[in-house]
Design a protein around this ligand. Structure first.
Ligand code: NDP
Length: 364
């Protein structure tokens, strides 16, 4: 028997009150033919995971007593990297030692081990396999554990809706220094698209601009610049120099900032809203709708990839390849290892509280 420890919730609310520990046994001497047992290598804490526990996120895991809890409960967490420990006799896609991530959200990744069907997991190459395939780099635990949300969001927003012409066209984004924003900058660079990233002003702005330019940003400006009418001419001259258009705006802020990025779009441009960091409604001037035919749409990676698994797999393959080739840098996480010294639920509760200091990754 293998003992798994999981961080569960049976009701919604403040994570420090509702997240509990639960230990349960997995019979590792008797694995069903189509099942696998996996060990968790790392699981991040994303804003959506916290919102799920609080009960304010539209996608929710089913609460059941399948793990032997007294009340119907769900295991927290949606993203995570796992290593295969055991495989059933009929399992086709996995062998012991392989790495994998959940095929869908709501798997419940905040646990030490899991027993699941093979189709519940999607394979990723482990470092030995990458090396054997002649790749210069293998995935790190952080890259594997955080691959399915932020990098996929950036890639799909840049490629799934509007055809940007390499070397010519541009996209504009607010929250340019967000994790998604940094992936968007790098992926655009790899694909030859120009990026215009808007960030909030700060004392060390030069340092931030340098960091984003080192990642491949074409231009980085502040909110103040973006709000200035006169600055529009500078942006127009940049775009004219590449003989392209700003066809796409990525909005994770909302409010005044969404209006300011939408104003930079060329006629018939598209603004995709994927986050609401300012907690303000998306604002889009009426004249942009009417006279420039600007479209505003939402983007939710969960819904898009749930309905189209092939799209998820092919996008994962691209991101893995870029990591292996050293073309893409991951967003660093603050890592805390589960050693048993601190209870597992406390490790996640502390991680949630520390989330304002950067993405938290619990490793095992
Ligand atoms: P990060 O925590 O890495 O970045 C947050 C960004 O928001 C920073 O650029 C920060 O800028 C900015 N920001 C924070 N508060 C404000 C504010 N009040 N006004 C303006 N800007 C602000 O976040 P992620 O990249 O992980 O996620 C960004 C957003 O995207 C989140 O809302 C997340 O939930 C969402 N998301 C949505 C997905 C989808 O499918 N729809 C998928 C992935 C993420 P500063 O440094 O100036 O504070």
């Amino acid at each position: 028997m293998l003992t798994s420890q999981a961080v569960i919730f049976s009701k919604h609310g403040d994570p420090s009150e509702v997240l509990k520990n639960h230990s349960y046994e997995i019979d590792d001497s008797n694995v069903e033919s189509d099942s696998i047992i996996v060990k968790t290598l790392g699981a991040p804490i994303n804003p959506s995971d916290i919102n799920q526990v609080q009960g304010v996120y539209p996608s929710q895991p089913e609460k059941t007593t399948i793990l032997g809890t007294e009340e119907p409960s769900a295991v927290g967490g949606n993203e995570g990297l796992f290593e295969v420990l055991k495989v059933g006799s009929n399992v086709k896609n996995f062998k012991v030692g392989d790495w994998c991530i959940p095929s869908q959200v709501n798997f419940g990744t905040w646990r030490t081990h899991a027993l699941c069907k093979e189709e519940d997991m999607t394979p990723l190459p482990n470092p030995e396999q990458s090396k054997a395939n002649g790749k210069p780099n293998g995935l790190t635990i952080n890259q594997g554990a955080t691959i399915s949300i932020n990098p996929l969001t950036a890639y799909l927003m840049l490629n799934h809706y509007v055809k940007l012409q390499p070397g010519k066209d541009w996209f504009i984004q607010n929250g340019g220094n967000s994790a998604v924003g940094k992936y968007a900058i790098q992926i655009a660079k790899i694909q030859g698209y120009n990026s215009l990233s808007v960030v909030r002003n700060r004392d060390n702005l030069d340092q931030l601009v340098k960091e984003l330019k080192d990642l491949g940003a074409t231009q980085v400006i502040t909110d103040e610049d973006n709000n200035l009418k006169e600055f529009g001419a500078t942006v127009k001259s940049w775009v004219k120099d590449t003989s392209g258009e700003i066809k796409l705006a990525l909005n994770c802020v909302g409010g005044k900032s969404s209006a300011a990025v939408a104003r930079k779009l060329n006629p018939n441009g598209l603004m995709l809203t994927y986050g609401g960091m300012s907690k303000q409604p998306v604002t889009l001037p009426t004249s942009l709708h009417i006279f420039k035919n600007i479209t505003s749409a939402g983007f939710w990676v969960t819904a898009l990839t749930k309905n189209d698994f092939n799209l998820k797999r092919s996008t994962l393959d691209k991101v893995v390849q870029w990591y292996e080739e050293g073309l893409l840098k991951d967003a660093p996480s603050v890592e805390s290892k589960f050693t048993g010294e601190k209870q597992l639920n406390q490790l996640f509760i502390d991680g949630i509280e520390n989330s304002k200091n950067g993405k938290q990754l619990i490793t095992f």
